[in-house]
Design a protein around this ligand. Structure first.
Ligand code: GLC
Length: 428
């Protein structure tokens, strides 16, 4: 895993596509029969990108505190946002926008010094060769439930067509991986409709790496990815290895004006703290309007998150997973040298916060955003049995940040935590 990814903590996920024209769910709205395929594709005629300004996007992303961005270059609907030579279904040839969105986006992101991520759907529900085989080659017993966009409806598989599709896929990916400069992250989606063997793995991955040796690939590559991608529901147990939690700000990936169910800024900050406390990144979704503008509420969340991050940078970038929540319940991170512990305080502390199991002596306790030094007291503990007491760090309402407060604890040594079950004190 590249170090930049684990140090970055925040990325912005952009679902931009023709689905923003009518404000419907990306691709799934025709797949699930909520609208016809033809009606869905009519949105091509309304995709203008008339206000699309990639520099403004890059600027907002930088201000959000994110270190990387991921754009949907092609969703499951098969509509490419770049000038692909392998299908007319793209924004240059088939929409009034006539623009290579990927080109403008990648130039602007790279120019800002942000890492460049490209989302690419392995599923292509518009390609005539795609619904040619079943997952793992197994013909289902109940053919009535087969979705025609994914699989052959008559039970007959066509391996030759599938090979053609793989070739098409390789061509499109070659365009993306050779025509847009350094691609730092390839964010696949939709691997689940075929097996690893059908995706021609691991050879497929070797092919991708031969085009961009340093590219990181997310987990959605039938078990061959570099990191995990839990989605929408925060993990409770830390996922193994490197990971990134992707989430929407309201409940939709793309621009859906009827979706008013927005998370608050404090909730987003808290979710972000939860991710970094468990050593993960957060990939926060925005869904621009068809004209390229971003909804004010989404913009406000990005700016608010960025402001919070800037006031707490050292507790965020380059940190490592914090101490377990049984020691401190609201989440924490550790500096890379493990000599500084950052505790997140999301609510009103009511006079003090409680840290259990700390073995080290605190050199200094302070509030990160103000620098104010804090006092603390220790209650209990049996030092001669190496059982630490409970540390109560004094923190009043006046000390807190308007969102999440960070308490910084500095030590001379690496932080060490007690893991035992306590003991009966047999001598005093
Ligand atoms: C799911 C959906 C897709 C969305 C993605 C984002 O896989 O299929 O619509 O783009 O999640 O993580």
């Amino acid at each position: 895993m590249q170090k930049w990814f684990e140090d970055a903590k925040l990325g912005i996920f952009i679902h931009y596509g023709i689905y923003a024209v009518d404000g419907v769910a990306e691709s799934w709205s025709f797949y699930n029969g909520r609208m016809t395929y033809d009606d869905y594709m009519k949105q091509l005629d309304g995709f203008t990108a008339s206000q699309f300004n990639a520099e403004a996007w890059a600027d907002l992303i930088e201000q959000s505190g994110a270190k990387y961005a991921v754009l949907t270059t092609k969703h499951h609907d098969g509509v490419a946002l770049w000038d692909t030579q392998y299908s007319d279904l793209n924004t240059v040839k088939s929409t009034p926008a006539h623009r290579d969105i990927v080109r403008e986006y990648s130039d602007a992101i790279t120019a800002k010094g942000l890492k460049l991520g490209l989302y690419y759907s392995l599923i292509d529900w518009s390609h005539p060769d795609y619904p040619s085989v079943y997952e793992g080659g197994k013909v289902p017993e109940d053919k009535a439930s087969v979705n025609k966009y994914s699989y052959p409806v008559n039970g007959i598989q066509d391996e030759a067509k599938w090979s053609q599709f793989l070739e098409f896929n390789n061509h499109q990916l070659e365009e993306l991986l050779t025509g847009y400069g350094q691609v730092d992250l390839l964010w696949f989606d939709g691997d689940w409709e075929r097996s690893a063997e059908q995706w021609n793995l691991p050879a497929f991955k070797h092919y991708l790496k031969s085009l961009q040796p340093d590219v990181i690939i997310n987990s959605r590559l039938a078990g061959h990815g570099d990191y995990k991608t839990p989605e929408q529901g925060l993990p409770i147990t830390r996922p193994e290895g490197p990971w990134e939690f992707c989430t929407t700000i309201n409940t939709s990936w793309g621009y859906v004006p009827t979706d008013q169910h927005y998370k608050s800024l404090h909730q987003i900050v808290r979710m972000f703290c939860d991710c970094i406390s468990m050593g993960g990144n957060m990939l926060l979704g925005i869904g621009p309007r068809e004209d390229g503008n971003i909804d004010d509420r989404q913009e406000a969340i990005l700016l608010g998150l960025g402001k919070w991050i800037r006031a707490h940078e050292e507790a965020v970038y380059g940190t490592r997973e914090g101490i377990m929540s049984r020691y401190y319940g609201e989440g924490s991170t550790l500096s890379a040298d493990r000599k500084t512990l950052y505790l997140f305080v999301h609510g009103d502390p009511k006079g003090s916060i409680c840290l259990k199991g700390l073995c080290n002596k605190i050199k200094k306790a302070s509030v990160l955003h103000s620098g104010k030094e804090l006092t603390y007291e220790i209650h209990g503990g049996v030092p001669w049995f190496q059982i630490p007491g409970t540390t109560w760090i004094h923190l009043t309402h006046e000390d807190t940040h308007e969102l999440t407060t960070v308490v910084k604890l500095e030590f001379d040594e690496e932080v060490e935590m007690y893991g035992g079950s306590g003991a009966v004190v047999t001598h005093n």
